[in-house]
Design a protein. Structure first.
Length: 484
C-alpha cells in the first residue's frame, strides 16, 4: 500500500507529547511490514536540524502563504521512512514550540499555520505536488491535520482518510474571523460541519469527514461517546460510532528497554533485577534525596496539568509523608502546579524530589530507578509511561480509565495468585482511592518475593509496535484495499 502519514510532530524531530512518539514509531513499523508509508510534518527549525540531509523536491503555490512553499525530502532518522517537511518560513521558521511562543502562549496564527499545512498535505495526497506519487490512504493525527479529510471530501477521486484522536481535549478552536480568513466553504459554518459553539473546530474536520475515526486505545473509543469524556463532541461521535474504533499505542523497545537503554546508569533484565538498585541510587542523588535502598520510591514524569491528576498527589502529601516512602516528580506544565510542587520540594527536601523541567535522559533514569510509577490521570487516551514502567519493572499505579485500563492488570489477590498482575488500579480519580492503591503497593512491596513476581510479570508484557502496527495495517487495508 501507499500511505501518507500526516502529523504535527514526530520523535526524534520534534516532540511535545505522546503524539510524537506514535508518529516516530508507527510509520517505521508499517514500513517494516513492506508498505510504502511517507511521513509529512512542518519544517520547524528543530525538525530541519534533526532530520539531517534534506533536498528540495517541489515548490508549491499554496493558499495562505505569501511566498511559494518548498517541500523538503529526507528520511526519518534511523528508519527507511521517507520524510517530507513543509517549508514555509512565514509560519514555521520561528523560535518556540510547534504550537506556542517561548512564553508558553499559543501562536495567534495557529489556524493559518495548520490550514496551510493541511493544504500541502492535500496537494501531496492528490498528486499535485509534482512527486508522481499518490497515496491510497491519508492517515491524519489530531486537530492540526483535521482540515485534511474535510478538504479532501471536495475531491472527486481521492484517497481514503483515517483520522486518529490522540487527545479529544485538544480541539483546535478558533474564532469566526479565522474561518472567514481561511476561505473555507461557507456551508461548513454549521453545527453538523465545522462550527462548534460559535467557533471553528479543526478537529471536527476529521470527525465529520474522515472515512474512519480511531483512538489510541479501545477503552477511550468507548469513553469519548459519553458526556464525561466527550468534551462536547459525544453526540457527533455517537452518530459515527459505526466508523469508530480503538487501537492501543505501542512502545518502541529499541528506545524503551532497560536491557539496552544507553540513558540509564546500569542496564538490567528481568533476571538481573538486583541491578535496578544502582539506578535507584542514581535517581535519588539526581533529586537530592537520601541514598536509601530500602525506602520505596514513588515517581511521576509528564505534563503537569489537571488531566494527569498531579493535584491528587499534592492533596495526599500530608498522608504520604506519614508513610515510609520517597516521592519524585519530573515535568513542566501549569504554573500553579509547578509552584506547589516546588514548595513541597523545599519544605520536605529529604522526602520529596522535584525537577520542573523536560529532560528525556532523566525520564529514562526515573523509569529505571523508581520502585513504582504514579499515573492517577483523570482521563488518558492511551498513556505511554505506564507501558514504559511495565517494561522497566516499575509497577504503575493508575486510574481505571482509557489506555491505562487496557494495559494494566490490577494486583488483586486473584491476579497475584494467577501471576497476571502488573500494577495497581483504582476506580475513581480522587485522593482517597489513590491513597488506597498506594497503600496496597506499600503492603506488597514489604513482601519482596511477591513484589519481584509483579515486576517480572510486567516486564514480560508485549506492547511493541509490531502488534499495534498489524492492527493499523488491517484497518488501512479495510479502508483502502491494495491495488492488485
Amino acid at each position: 500500500m501507499d500511505i501518507l502519514f500526516a502529523s504535527s510532530e514526530a520523535h526524534p524531530l520534534i516532540k511535545t507529547g505522546g503524539l510524537a512518539d506514535v508518529s516516530g514509531s508507527l510509520p517505521r513499523a508499517i514500513r517494516n511490514s513492506k508498505q510504502e508509508i511517507r511521513l509529512i510534518l512542518p519544517a520547524y527549525p528543530a525538525a530541519v536540524k534533526a532530520a539531517g540531509t534534506l533536498k528540495t523536491i517541489a515548490t508549491l503555490k499554496v493558499t495562505g502563504a505569501n511566498n511559494p512553499v518548498r517541500l523538503l525530502q529526507g528520511r526519518l532518522p534511523h528508519t527507511r521512512v521517507r520524510l517530507y517537511l513543509v517549508d514555509c518560513p512565514q509560519y514555521f521558521d520561528r523560535e518556540g514550540g510547534p504550537y506556542s511562543k517561548p512564553d508558553g502562549t499559543d501562536w495567534p496564527d495557529n489556524a493559518d499555520r495548520f490550514a496551510l499545512f493541511s493544504r500541502v498535505i492535500c496537494a501531496v495526497a492528490m498528486n499535485r505536488a509534482g512527486l508522481d506519487w499518490q497515496p491510497q490512504l491519508v492517515h491524519c493525527n489530531d486537530w492540526q491535520t483535521g482540515l485534511v479529510p474535510a478538504l479532501l471530501s471536495l475531491e472527486a477521486e481521492r484517497p481514503a482518510t483515517l483520522f486518529t484522536i490522540h487527545n479529544l481535549a485538544y480541539q483546535g478552536l478558533f474564532d469566526r474571523p479565522a474561518f472567514e480568513r481561511l476561505g473555507l466553504p461557507q456551508t461548513w459554518w454549521a453545527m453538523n460541519y465545522l462550527e462548534f459553539y460559535g467557533h471553528l473546530s479543526f478537529i471536527k474536520g476529521g470527525l465529520v469527514f474522515a472515512d474512519w475515526i480511531n483512538t489510541v486505545s479501545p477503552r477511550y473509543a468507548e469513553e469519548i461517546c459519553t458526556p464525561q469524556f466527550g468534551c462536547g463532541l459525544e453526540g457527533l461521535l455517537t452518530r459515527r460510532k459505526s466508523h469508530l474504533s480503538g487501537i492501543l499505542n505501542g512502545v518502541d523497545y529499541r528506545i524503551w528497554s532497560p536491557s539496552r537503554d544507553p540513558l540509564i546508569a546500569r542496564r538490567y533484565t528481568a533476571r538481573t533485577l538486583r541491578l535496578k538498585l544502582e539506578n535507584k541510587r542514581v535517581l535519588q542523588a539526581a533529586f537530592g534525596l537520601p541514598d536509601d535502598p530500602f525506602v520505596p520510591v514513588f515517581a511521576h514524569v509528564g505534563r503537569l496539568v489537571d488531566q494527569k491528576g498531579i493535584d491528587l498527589i499534592l492533596d495526599l502529601l500530608p498522608q504520604l509523608l506519614q508513610r515510609h516512602l520517597q516521592l519524585i516528580i519530573l515535568g513542566t506544565g501549569q504554573s500553579a502546579l509547578e509552584a506547589a510542587l516546588r514548595d513541597a520540594g523545599k519544605q520536605y527536601p529529604e522526602r520529596v524530589g522535584v525537577r520542573i523541567e523536560y529532560d528525556e535522559a532523566l525520564s529514562h533514569q526515573l523509569e529505571a530507578g523508581a520502585d513504582a510509577f504514579l499515573m492517577p490521570s483523570r482521563f488518558e487516551p492511551c498513556g505511554l509511561n505506564q507501558l514504559y514502567s511495565l517494561r522497566y519493572g516499575t509497577p504503575p499505579i493508575v486510574n481505571n480509565t482509557g489506555g491505562l485500563a487496557d494495559s494494566v492488570t490490577d494486583a488483586s489477590s486473584e491476579n497475584l495468585a494467577a501471576a497476571t498482575a502488573t500494577g495497581f488500579v483504582f476506580n475513581k480519580p480522587e485522593p482517597k482511592p489513590l491513597l488506597g492503591a498506594i497503600d496496597r503497593a506499600l503492603d506488597l512491596y514489604a513482601e519482596p518475593d511477591r513484589w519481584k513476581q509483579l515486576m517480572q510479570t510486567g516486564m514480560q508484557q508485549d506492547f511493541s509496535w509490531t502488534r499495534s502496527a498489524a492492527a493499523y495495517l488491517d484497518l488501512y487495508t479495510r479502508l483502502a484495499p491494495a491495488s492488485p
